[in-house]
Design a binder for this molecule. Sequence first.
Ligand code: MSP
Length: 479
Amino acid sequence: MAKYFLTTPIYYINGLPHIGSAYTSIAADVLARYHRQQGTEVLFSTGTDENSQKTVEAAEVTKQEVGPYTDEMAANWQKTWDSLGISYNRFIRTTEPDHIASVQAFIERVEKAGDFYKDEYEGLYCVGCEEFKSEAELVDGKCPLHNPVPEKRKEENYFFRLSKYQDALLKHIEAHPEFIQPAGRRNEVLAFIKRGLNDFSVSRKGRHWGIPWPGDNDQTIYVWFDALTNYLTVAGFPNEGFEKWWPADLHLIGKDISKFHAIYWPAMLLSAGLPLPKTVFAHGFFTVDGKKMSKSLGNAIDPVEAAGKYGVDALRYFLLWEIPFGQDGDFNHSRFEQVYNSDLANELGNGVQRVASMIVRYLGGTIGDVNSAAHDTGAVRQAIEDFRLDKALEEIWVHVKGVNQFIEEEKPWELAKSDKEQLLKVLQQAVSDLLHIAELLMPFVPATAQRIAKTFEGGEVHTEVGILFPKLDTPAKGK
Ligand code: MSP
């Protein structure tokens, strides 16, 4: 049986999920559901990155002990993903015993390869990114992504020989165009490597939170080194049989962390003598109503609140439709309402509703056996396999519009008076098309797909399913 292992990043728990993190998890969920639908055995992981200094600081702010704070936040993240229908198989927490064992086993392999050494380092550290920054990466002395000015730190740490893997990485990336996607990200990564790779420090001294460095209790493992290894933990490393799932087929990430996934992680794996993931796909970042999303601006959208207001599927649809997958985009509130009304309430919801009520009115609610003969799914499948989730939805909407147009042209309300046989044929065709659409929609809007299938189940119309997308009280405009 074919298998597919895909991952989301594991998220920091110094705050609650926002719409940006939900975006990655939703997109990954679409791919997981799509592959399952193809009959593939899927392992889909997500989780929380807990051994960061940020966790300690956030716990202090809430006047909680780090342990209970961590448990509470991880439970919140997991609950959020559950409420958005994220069909993960493993929710991994980096404080779990199997992960700690996996990181320690991984460190031993790299140690054996001779790729660690101790050195003293002085530099500017951004806690937001959890990394040392070079002067060139700072804008006006500050990290472009995070607010507090980076701190000067001087420590004796273990270092990883990243520089040793520069050529091997270049070769791998050049030989495997599918390894880093989309192509723009790949070019950025190649340019970064060609500027020369520096070794990086992989431990921190005198910290009480984090995984201890094997054999040196003074040092804890650098949070990125620990976090990246989560992907191996999920596969079952270092236990027997982890090769069933490793290497991963896909690490889906945001573009902010592509250096870690496309440079550090593959170099770490090369050092440990383990195969590299097949693809790292970095999607873009989005702004909210044209502005960078941030706590200080107070414009971070709570995905649970948005799903409560519009429905989970409407949120999933909008995020994936609106932002070309792989590019940057904007989450605009009034656009959301327009798209909801035009695509979901009018085109899809009304389309289903109309066909169902005509079957009730003209055929007493019975449609009989519907021919589910071959429908062409090629374009949608191709778009998903090319990571063009927005394009896949566009293709599905060609079918949605097609059903509405078919009804307009065939005019069942006239056939009801003149040609009952043709009427039955037309409505059966419409139901067949809608069931096909439901199948195509399943990875994207699973609950809606199920409700459409339920509406026409067993050759009868089930009016109890109700309206799919109640219209919002705003003027509807086209796309
Ligand atoms: N803990 C690390 C990842 C370790 S993976 C081994 C981390 N966590 S994070 O909580 O900061 O999550 C970052 C991810 O959230 C991004 O890579 C991206 O997937 C998602 N996003 C956060 N803000 C976003 C936007 N504004 N837009 C799109 N995605 C965003 O980094």
